[in-house]
Design a protein around this ligand. Sequence first.
Ligand code: PRX
Length: 572
Amino acid sequence: MEAPQIFHKDPSTFRTAPNLNNYEDTRKSFSWDDVADKEIAFFPDGKLNAAYIAVDRHLNTDLASKVALYWEGDNGEKEIFTYRDIAHRSNQFGNLLKKKGVRRGDRVFIFLPRVPLLYISFLGTLKIGAIAGTLFSAFQEQALFDRLENSGAKILVTNKDLSTRIEKIRGKLPNLSDVLVVDDPNFSAQLTSQENSLEIEHMEKDDYAFMLYTSGTTGKPKGVVHKHYAILSQHLTAKFVLDIHKDDIYWCTADPGWVTGISYEILGSWSSGATQVVYSGRFDTEKWYQILQDYKVSIWYTAPTAIRMLMAKGEEVVKRFSLSNLRHILSVGEPLNPEAIRWGLKAFGLPFHDTWWQTETGCMVLVNFPCTDIKIGSMGRPFLGIDAEIVDDNGNPLPTGTEGNIALIPGWPSMMQTIWNNEEKYKSYFVNGWYISGDRGWKDADGYFWFVGRADDVIKTSGERVGPFEVESALVEHPAVVEAGVIGKPDEVRGEIIKAFIVLKPNVTPSDLLKEELSQHVKKHLAGHAYPREIEFIDKLPKTRSGKIMRRILKAKEMGMPIGDTSTLEEY
Ligand code: PRX
């Protein structure tokens, strides 16, 4: 193996002294319990509330009148909210929920694009001790039904446009007592008539705060549940990895339908006192540079697919904008290719700092800090207070340099608390005292981790996690389809695209038109982002003798690779 290229950090060139200036030393003496009192605010009774820690605790400081959110909509609409505004509005939201009969532990799901009320309703829900769930705005009926049904959600917060998708399934959701439509003038009147002060619920560390559905290889998506105490990890990673300082303007391009948008666009980022930018529009190269320029963004957290899309438009476009405020850039969600880091250096004079984590981990886990050297292509090293290792399938640590499962010692504050209504699934993550991530990788002699791939069939397309089973289930609902096998096919820009292998009913004639129809079918019924961009009709799917589709074989064939051990296969 070639020696990796290293990007050395020279502290004398730092524009801002990093919040963490010595990783190795701090790590040696670090304990979560030691830092908790200093970093987050407990109530005098020793309890806490993540929303209070994120926003309201700042009201006693000079942050109260500082801008918390610069919001820009897709049609250029702009709104500005201070920390006080966000605190008061989320209080009003909490009061309204209480009037609607929402109690501690009830689930309130939010199905909104990135409008200010998404952030406000999320915080309002946590403040009254209810559990917030977010739903990505590309979801369609099937994806929505699965999540709302499994969670037993009591309230859905949405807008006029998206609410039409709910109408068709509402009759099948007996627990859903209210749908709040935020752009309905009646709703606005109700909300603004609420008191802007609220008795914030005091929660135990382990009480549930929010949940997110995420995909695995088999079955429907699972509800990953996070607790209030997770805010400690989210806060500290925002402080030490995002390196948020008082004067920074921070832009995270994620959507709170996914975990990055919750941990680092609501909880950890505001807890660290960030002034943040939210742009609700679609990806557009020039618009993105304009946002970086106009809002004087200094810290930017984005994803490899977006970086590759920017790269495709070239460096010249970058040079037309004045991005001199930018000082720290980071990436998450899928492998960050070395070329993307090198391009970042050319285009912005800064290296992208890779961070690795998952919905289940709740916070960044393997990271590159502002103060540490970057080995280009590596995901970095474990965050303070988190122990990571490479282990075999029985949970035995493997020697340096050997590929295996990326595993963590359970117990950091933002490790998922449970899988909603599925203790068995929760337990299945742990082997021999390790939390097994489902990713494969290896560790080098300096303790840097390198990503190899998923251990299962989970697909990452444009950084979004998609379970093949959900897509297969949507495809077989179509009358022309007998069965379907779905894989992630490597793609230069999107990381992977979804490819479906489909067996048609005997009387159906394959055609390009039918392929298009099948893609549209998934887009319309499951989700706008989780449809197959490629479809191939085949006579038969490779299966085990017990009838399980062998996606591994479909993938190997697709990529012209050896198909490996086929001894468990039915004849193929
Ligand atoms: O496979 C890994 C990939 O994304 C998965 C987690 O996806 P999700 O739960 O949607 O959370 C994404 C945002 C935190 C991981 O199991 N992944 C995440 N970050 C990286 C990555 N793969 C390679 N490099 C990364 N930096």
